[in-house]
Design a protein around this ligand. Structure first.
Ligand code: RIB
Ligand code: CA
Length: 315
């Protein structure tokens, strides 16, 4: 039975790959996208979401513009990582379709409440929209089927500060609300995503297919690979978001632990740091499943096969 998913996303290069993977995977039905600030502004992210959907001939999927700013923190975008337009060196035609009028957080509430127990929410950006939805309509906590979150760094160093991962650092207050909300969360932190490097060889395999999809992936990830090389000496790029999406239908890619996880919202150097109580020191019940083990090539083979299939269908 296919899973009905909503992507809450800040497109962004790896977000765009997650959108393409969702469209290429018969195990999931992409019901809509809510866009959040993060890698790009919400305006630019909305344009990118519309354009990537049209690239894959899926312009019928609705896109909803969400929150422009974090709940408390000032805006922090990532042009150095994703490019000024948010999709690296890729150039896509201006979208023909337009976003829906409804706000992103209102879409999350309406979709989940009108389909009780049916909707899988996949959060691959800062959690501002999701925190607003939880505060506006707490009943979504019981009515959502499951929630997958790309974010946090548990035993892994941060990728934004030394301690904090980007999505949790950009809006730590939203992450704190969501992590402690009671939502049925599976967290995909940097601990596992940094094991999944999309390499130049992986890209070379996709480029054997001449398609607008493979050209987009090449142009977008070339920028992302240059960032990872310059800042982290990684040959390739970490594709956090498609990996998170893949866990919705291939959970065996990872191993999980039920843990109590908290987010640091103090104003010091630890802001946005996410940490798990491995020793159950605080005697608090686990608030999520955390992916801590991973089979990287199981994911990468899936991703490459699905991108090859999508590219051939659109070549
Ligand atoms: O830290 C990685 C996460 O932050 C990914 O979701 C990336 O797209 C950015 O949103
Ligand atoms: Ca993202």
């Amino acid at each position: 039975m296919t899973k009905r998913i909503i992507l809450d996303t800040d497109p962004g290069i790896d977000d765009s790959l997650a959108i393409l993977l969702a469209l290429a995977s018969p195990e999931v039905t992409l019901e809509g996208l809510s866009v959040v600030h993060g890698n790009s502004s919400t305006n630019q992210g909305t344009i990118n979401a519309l354009s990537v959907l049209e690239l894959a001939k899926a312009g019928q999927i609705p896109v909803f513009k969400g929150c422009e700013l974090p709940l408390v923190q000032p805006s922090l975008l990532a042009p150095e990582t994703h490019g000024d337009q948010g999709i690296g060196y890729a150039k896509l035609p201006a979208p023909q379709t337009r976003p829906q009028v409804q706000k992103g957080s209102d879409f999350l509430i309406e979709k989940i409440m009108s389909n009780p127990g049916e909707i899988t929410l996949v959060c691959i950006g800062p959690l501002t929209n999701v925190a607003l939805a939880v505060r506006q309509e707490p009943r979504i906590i019981r009515n959502v089927r499951e929630v997958f979150i790309m974010g946090g760094a548990i035993r892994h160093e941060g990728n934004t500060t030394a301690l904090a991962e980007f999505n949790s650092y950009v809006d730590p207050h939203a992450a704190h609300i969501v992590y402690h909300s009671g939502l049925p969360i599976t967290l995909t932190p940097l601990d596992v995503t940094y094991e999944c490097i999309f390499s130049p060889d992986d890209l070379g395999r996709l480029l054997k297919i001449d398609s607008p999809v493979t050209k987009f992936i090449a142009d977008a990830t070339r920028f992302y690979m240059e960032f990872h090389d310059e800042y982290q000496k990684i040959e390739g790029c970490v594709i956090n978001d498609p990996m998170t999406l893949a866990l919705t239908f291939l959970p065996e890619i990872c191993d999980y632990r039920e843990l109590y996880v908290d987010v640091d919202i103090s104003t010091g150097v630890g802001l946005g740091n996410t940490f798990a109580d491995f020793y159950n020191y605080e005697k608090k019940a686990p608030n999520m499943k955390v992916a801590l083990g991973v089979r990287p090539r199981m994911f990468m083979e899936l991703f490459l096969e699905r991108m090859e299939k999508l590219a051939k269908s659109l070549s």
